[in-house]
Design a protein around this ligand. Sequence first.
Ligand code: 3IX
Length: 225
Amino acid sequence: MLRSCAARLRTLGAVPGPARRSFSSEKATQKDYSLPNPSWTKDIRLLYDQFMKKCEDGSWKRLPSYKCKSTQRVQNFRNLFLDTKFVEEQTPKAQIFTRSLEEGLGFEYVMFHNEAEKRVVCVFQGGPHLQGNHGYVHGGAIATMIDITAGTCAVLTGGYAMTANLNINFRRPIPLCSVVVINSQIDKIEGRKYFISCDIRSVDEKTLYSEATSLFIKLDPNSLK
Ligand SMILES: CCCCC/C=C\C/C=C\C/C=C\C/C=C\CCCC(=O)SCCNC(=O)CCNC(=O)[C@H](O)C(C)(C)COP(=O)(O)OP(=O)(O)OC[C@H]1O[C@@H](n2cnc3c(N)ncnc32)[C@H](O)[C@@H]1OP(=O)(O)O
């Protein structure tokens, strides 16, 4: 699947010629986008501070976030599931979708992981370029944030996984530039199947914006290569 995707992009001319960057040189230029920046409102800063306090006893961990992932985990993923040629051609242009918009205009977020509780919480501020209906965050952007929060929960619990199914109920529209809390947790694990539920609430927890259930499948190196 991923091999054929690379071939299609080559045909369309969407990828440049070979450019090599080593793992270590990528890492040296990485900026951590999960740290506060001037676009963050006081709500997201407040929640960030609250979760950072919870991190002090080690029960929660802030997850760093990069535009182009070059962590050891990603390196292992590449080795297991992608062919080398694909990696060499894609690396210079590839970016994490949610980090590809300018600071403050798109997806501003920080995630925290609680290993014991198998939970990932994401504090999310949806910027003006995520507008769907006038004044509200686009449903696709909401789905994206649910997917990466639940996906991170799956990957950190069980290893490399992909979304097989995602069901979302949109209960209330999320105002653009507001801050919401996305809470995901593993409900059940059956072999390679990870069932994860997710909800999105307002900072004061009074408003339920969306709720979702999802199925992630732990990847089998033999079925993708
Ligand atoms: C994902 C990248 C990970 C990168 C890791 C790197 C760093 C990690 C760090 C932090 C985390 C970062 C990011 C967060 C992660 C993800 C967010 C983005 C996620 C995505 O953006 S992801 C794109 C959309 N996603 C796809 O593009 C998937 C297309 N799909 C497939 O590639 C295959 O479909 C696959 C691989 C899913 C399974 O394929 P397969 O061959 O391995 O397994 P198989 O088909 O045998 O299914 C095994 C058992 O699951 C059952 N099953 C399968 N599908 C089902 C369904 N839909 N409903 C109900 N049951 C289902 C079968 O019925 C069988 O059940 P049984 O064993 O009981 O018979």
